[in-house]
Design a protein around this ligand. Structure first.
Ligand code: ADP
Length: 453
């Protein structure tokens, strides 16, 4: 049975040296511990001990040991993995031990947390968490209580470094429970300075834009008042001059009459003086509301258009208006008052948006085009796909106080824009087809740049 019996027999019987080996019996399908020995010289005997059961037990034991070894290896691997996770998660990890007084203390912390806070690990371990947080004791206790109730705490907080400087963090803290051990708190934090800075910058930009819009509105209101006062002054000058002429003529007639009445003379002189005074007051008022000479600087119109879009793009988005820009590359600069030309563009774009309120949303489009239309002229065009204007309306749009928008319009936007463009040596014109949309264009002379320079 699987053994070289002749050889074993020969060796044992001849040398008298026993031989131990394990033999498998195919008939019984069992293993036997076998001792071949020689009781007397030349004799051969064999002892068999059935070891099948102990072999099986051993095998099971061996398998068990193997399994345990493997498990231990995995456990070791897991531990290494958890350590790596703890260290390399990309945030500041801390394990905290809750206490009866409600102030958790640190029992472990990763290297990133140590580096950011400026402490060594041993300086942090065993310390109450308040050493890292710029917050009152009560607030931290309250938060710990919240976590102890099994909820996840997700907040923003301010942390303090060893050197006293602070930084904002996002905090995610949970209760960890395992193996009937007392629960622990696990927190992962991230430095959110960059996000906070970006937020602050965005807010600052929004504030600036809002301020700018207010400034534009202010300019617009001032212009409105100025336009009104100028208009009234202009209208009143003529009747006042007429009154003065009539009063002087009346005075002369009375003086030439046979019996000139002193009272009448005095009255007519009074009318004349007061009329002149009224005229003076009006002239003063005109001077007062006349715009101061505005500061003009070399300006890239394409840039200016981008500035205006930045200001009102949220309004356009709200109305689902698509904006197309067709801006000529490398426009020469024009010398303009930035705010005034921005105001003109804001007016034109707002009017365009207003004219598209009744249109289906997917048809609302504004196109802004810049081009050098003549060797010395830049033309800016704002086109919309709105209601358009009939011939009659088109004739009046640049007149002050002309509006088709009832109580919603004042009717000064276009007249002011017209005046502003004229003051820059350009022209504001409109083209429109009812039901098709409108196109407002203004020109600005490039020549002015060289002249002013
Ligand atoms: P308001 O907008 O206060 O009415 P405006 O002077 O800006 O004053 O405009 C005068 C009028 O010109 C408007 O009431 C409107 O009838 C017409 N208008 C201006 N822009 C457009 C446009 N893009 N499409 C159609 N009509 C327009």
């Amino acid at each position: 049975v699987e053994q070289d019996w002749i050889k074993i027999y020969g060796e044992v019987a001849l040398t008298g040296k026993p031989n131990n080996f394990v033999n498998f019996n195919h008939n019984t399908q069992r293993h036997y511990e076998t001792t071949a020995f020689s009781p007397k010289k030349g004799q051969f005997a064999m002892l068999f001990r059935d070891i099948e059961e102990s072999r099986q037990r051993f095998k099971t034991l061996e398998q068990e040991i193997d399994k345990r070894k493997k498990a231990q290896k995995t456990l070791g691997k897991n531990e290494t993995m958890f350590k790596a996770l703890f260290e390399q998660t990309g945030g500041y990890c801390m394990i905290l031990q809750p206490t009866e007084n409600g102030m958790p203390y640190i029992i472990d912390v990763n290297q990133a947390a140590c580096d950011e806070h400026g402490y060594t690990r041993s300086e942090m371990i065993g310390q109450p968490i308040i050493m890292l947080i710029k917050e009152s004791e009560q607030m931290i206790q309250k938060r710990a209580q919240f976590i102890m109730s099994g909820k996840t705490l997700m907040i923003e907080a301010t942390h303090v470094r060893k050197n006293g400087s602070t930084f904002p963090v996002s905090v995610c803290a949970n209760l960890i429970q395992f193996d009937n051990e007392p629960p622990l708190i696990f927190t992962v934090e991230h430095n959110i300075s960059a996000i906070k800075n970006a937020e602050a910058q965005r807010k600052q930009a929004e504030d600036t834009a809002r301020e700018h819009l207010t400034q534009l509105a202010h300019v617009s209101r001032l212009d409105t008042v100025g336009e009104m006062a100028t208009g009234i002054a202009h209208e009143l000058t003529q009747p006042l001059t007429a009154i003065n002429v009539y009063a002087s003529a009346g005075l002369k007639l009375i003086q030439k009459s046979n019996q000139p009445s002193d009272l009448l003379i005095e009255a007519f002189e009074g009318i004349s003086t007061q009329t002149i005074r009224a005229g003076d007051i009006i002239q003063q008022l005109r001077k007062y509301v006349q715009k101061e000479s505005t500061k003009k600087t070399p300006t890239d119109l394409n840039n200016l258009i981008h500035k205006v879009i930045y200001l009102i793009e949220s309004e356009l988005k709200e109305q689902a208006i698509k904006l197309h820009l067709m801006l000529a590359a490398q426009l020469p600069p024009v010398i303009v008052n930035d705010i005034e030309i921005q105001q003109v563009l804001v007016n034109l774009i707002r009017n365009a948006a207003e004219a598209m309120k009744q249109c289906p949303m997917d048809l609302r489009q504004i196109t802004i085009i810049t081009c050098i239309s003549e060797p010395t002229i830049i033309t800016v065009t704002v086109t919309d796909t709105g209601t358009g204007m009939d011939k009659d309306t088109q004739e009046h749009i640049f007149e002050p106080f002309f509006t088709t928008r009832g109580n919603n319009g004042i009717g000064v936007g276009l007249s002011i824009s017209h005046a502003l463009i004229q003051a820059h040596g350009g022209k504001l014109t409109a083209q429109s087809q009812i039901g098709q949309g409108s196109s407002f264009s203004f020109t600005l002379p490039i020549k002015a740049v060289q002249l002013e320079e």
